[in-house]
Design a protein around this ligand. Structure first.
Ligand SMILES: Cc1cc2nc3c(=O)[nH]c(=O)nc-3n(C[C@H](O)[C@H](O)[C@H](O)COP(=O)(O)OP(=O)(O)OC[C@H]3O[C@@H](n4cnc5c(N)ncnc54)[C@H](O)[C@@H]3O)c2cc1C
Length: 430
């Protein structure tokens, strides 16, 4: 796109939007570029928010993402897009401003799923964690030395927050409806390994329980949680870590195909309308995009992975610059740090019908598990042994047979076990 009159607007001033805008400039786009963000901040990094920011090792406002390319963009921060008129190619912002566009990148990501009772969610001491301001508010409450922290939800965010609380020496209970932590992503076997890690760190685990209600002290300060089984957990800080909801509500009336699980895209990355036809002026990227992936046929996937937001953001930038890149097919990759352990994964475990320990052992706490489906490798998860992972990413990309052929220091012959998911595995982190 060399036309200096072509106007590009990016909606969502975070990781995917920033890297998409940079890719546009790198591809030679020299026209007017506007970046719209709901938050008042320049793009910042989220992974530290549930880790080093909570322990106070990194200040929340020290997480700003570097610009890798000179952008020369007009920024509209602190004012979300509220309406998209595709016929007039006009975007409306909460400020009332309207922005015409010729190409649009939608990178509005996700928000933390709120506690289901809005009055209880508003109690002082009750937190969700998605953005920098939420992280700073939670850090302040943790630094004040609460008597007991309750975390609701044993997904990745819940586990990371629990580990941060233990680093601070705070008493913490982690309540999870599933049978173990991370069971929907890893299955019960490996979820139990993560559970044991957190118990060793000093977290009290309550699995298979549902928190029914939060209660206050009569002045709006949370003091306890009531569980469905009638038991009570005293807590003056509660972290609601129940996954994410995609930021798509502002697309109401746009004619595009979306719901709270994402905005539908085709294999190139163009958004689809309600009749499944691509709008080739608009691409989506990052957490908000739900797209077909050749490794996971028959459905569209939406990821919540940092590396994916970078790669798909860059892909969308090149697409809108007219470079016609190959359909996006990067193997999903993710990491999490909890209590000194780094867990890294490639591929998606969802739908796996078996897994085996290919390297290391559960006993020594350093191992690599490979997940398979219908005789093909679909995912690998490394506990504290990430250097082994790239080779398995290649096997997954090739659709290599499962169980894999033992090579080198592999622990073969492999015993294949059922992953034992409590329900269909989630495709995303929570
Ligand atoms: C606490 C936390 C820890 C994480 N840790 C890890 C990790 O360890 N490893 C890993 O791989 N991934 C991790 N992730 C996931 C990773 O950070 C995300 O995948 C990534 O941030 C997604 O980037 P994005 O740009 O697509 O969306 P987001 O980062 O969600 O950004 C979307 C932006 O759009 C804005 N927006 C929303 N609606 C509008 C609107 N209508 N108009 C304008 N702007 C709008 C939002 O305010 C936000 O700034 C973590 C996420 C969180 C929240």
């Amino acid at each position: 796109m060399s036309d200096a009159e072509t106007r590009v607007v990016v909606v969502g001033a975070s990781l995917a939007g920033l890297r998409g805008a940079e890719a546009l400039r790198e591809a030679g786009f020299a026209g007017p570029l506007t970046i719209v963000g709901a938050e008042p901040h320049r793009p910042y990094d989220r992974p530290p928010l549930s880790k080093a920011v909570l322990t106070g090792e990194v200040a929340a406002d020290a997480t700003t993402l570097p610009n890798l390319v000179a952008l020369e963009a007009d920024w509209r921060l602190g004012t979300p897009a509220t309406h998209l008129d595709r016929t007039r190619r006009l975007l409306t912002l909460a400020s009332g401003e309207t922005l015409p566009y010729d190409r649009l990148l939608i990178a509005t990501g996700a928000s933390a799923r709120p506690w289901r009772d809005s009055a209880q969610a508003a109690f002082r001491g009750v937190h969700t964690l998605r953005g920098r301001d939420e992280a700073e508010a939670l850090r302040r409450d943790l630094a004040a030395g609460p008597g007991h922290v309750l975390i609701i939800g044993g997904g990745f965010i819940g586990c990371e927050v629990a580990a941060a609380c233990r680093t601070l020496g705070l008493p913490v209970t982690l309540a999870e409806t599933g049978p173990t932590l991370l069971a929907r992503v890893l299955g019960r076997h490996l979820g139990a390994v993560v559970g044991a890690l957190h118990e060793r760190l000093g977290t009290t685990l309550r699995s298979g329980v549902k928190v029914e209600a939060l209660e206050d002290d009569g002045t709006g300060r949370v003091v306890r949680a009531r569980l469905e089984d009638g038991s009570v957990i005293a807590a003056d800080v509660v972290v609601v870590a129940l996954g994410a909801v995609r930021n798509t509500a502002w697309l109401e009336g746009s004619g595009l195909a979306f719901d709270a699980g994402g905005i539908d895209c085709d294999a190139q990355g163009y958004v689809l309308d309600a009749a499944d036809a691509p709008d080739t002026r608009i691409a989506a990227a990052g957490d908000v995009a739900r797209f077909p992936h050749p490794l996971y046929p028959g459905r569209r996937i939406a990821l919540e992975h940092w590396g994916h937001a970078v790669a798909q953001g860059r892909h969308a930038g090149r697409l809108l610059a007219g470079l016609a890149p190959e359909p996006y097919r990067d193997v999903p990759a993710f990491w999490s740090s909890q209590g000194g352990i780094t867990l890294k994964s490639v591929g998606l475990t969802e739908g796996a019908d078996g897994f085996c320990i290919a390297r290391g052992s559960l006993k020594e706490g350093r191992f690599l598990a490979v997940y398979g489906r219908e005789g093909r490798c679909i995912a690998a998860v490394a506990f504290d042994c990430a250097r082994w992972l790239p080779a398995y990413a290649d096997l997954i990309a090739e659709g290599a047979p499962f169980p894999p052929e033992p090579t080198g220091v592999d622990a073969g012959p492999f015993t294949v076990l059922p992953p034992d998911f409590p329900e269909p595995a989630r495709k995303d982190r929570s």
